[in-house]
Design a protein around this ligand. Structure first.
Ligand code: CA
Length: 226
């Protein structure tokens, strides 16, 4: 499997290349928009890791040109900006998934493998997430439970998205804080507790089955009971 990285920050680019090579992929690295676009068009990689802010052409323009040329390889875009608008825009332009920097390499690798496994024929399931009767539409930013619309704030949506993407995994409060609030702290976890309680009140308390569970001393996990 061949992966093209389009990333202008040398440190990030080299780090990604090294990690993906070690994971057994063939890897090309481009450091500008035009170079990346050229490689994507001529080499037809299986997946493109696309930075948004790039010299020459930005990630949006690269993505738009690729899709306009009928290239349907998987595109995972990397954004430093934790902006809902950015994510929506990327998905609308035809990206398959996104990661917000900074991210753990293990997370990137998991997303890459999922996208490659999914292949080209599937119908963009990454645009919505589903666990039991809970559904999250990433494009329209809508949540529903058993077909019933649930109104969430942007933070609640981000929190629920994190839980759903990592279903079955116990998420420590510190991880939730860094992923959803861009905060790094170990002591004051009250913010997280309050937010999770509010989220549950909206999407879990009045429904069956209960999906979010508190794991004492560890954090929270979202999963459908077996
Ligand atoms: Ca950049």
């Amino acid at each position: 499997m061949r992966i093209l990285i389009i990333e202008d920050e040398p440190k990030t680019g080299n780090y990604l290349r090294q990690g993906l090579l070690e994971a057994g992929f063939r890897v090309d690295l481009a450091r500008t928009g035009p170079d990346g676009l050229h490689l994507a068009l001529t080499e037809s990689p299986d997946l493109v890791l696309l930075d948004v802010m790039l010299p020459g052409l930005d990630g949006w323009q690269v993505l738009q040109t690729l899709r306009g040329a009928g290239k349907d390889m998987a595109v995972l875009f990397l954004t430093a900006r934790d902006q809902v608008d950015d994510r929506v825009r990327g998905l609308e332009l035809g990206a398959d998934d996104y990661l917000v920097k900074p991210f753990a390499f293990s997370e990137l690798l998991a997303r890459v493998r999922t996208l490659l496994r999914r292949g080209k024929n599937a119908e963009n399931p990454s645009r919505s997430l589903r666990v039991a009767n809970l559904e999250l539409d990433l494009l329209s930013r809508r949540a529903s439970r058993a077909g019933q619309r649930i109104d969430l704030t942007a933070k609640e949506f981000a929190l629920l998205e994190l839980f759903m993407r990592r279903r079955g995994e116990v998420l420590p409060r510190s991880l939730i804080a860094s992923q959803v609030w861009d905060m790094n702290f170990d002591s004051d976890t009250n913010v997280i507790e309050v937010a999770v309680r509010r989220l549950r009140a909206k999407m879990d308390d009045d429904f069956e089955p209960r999906l979010i569970r508190t794991v004492r001393g560890m954090g929270y996990v979202l999963e459908a009971p077996s």
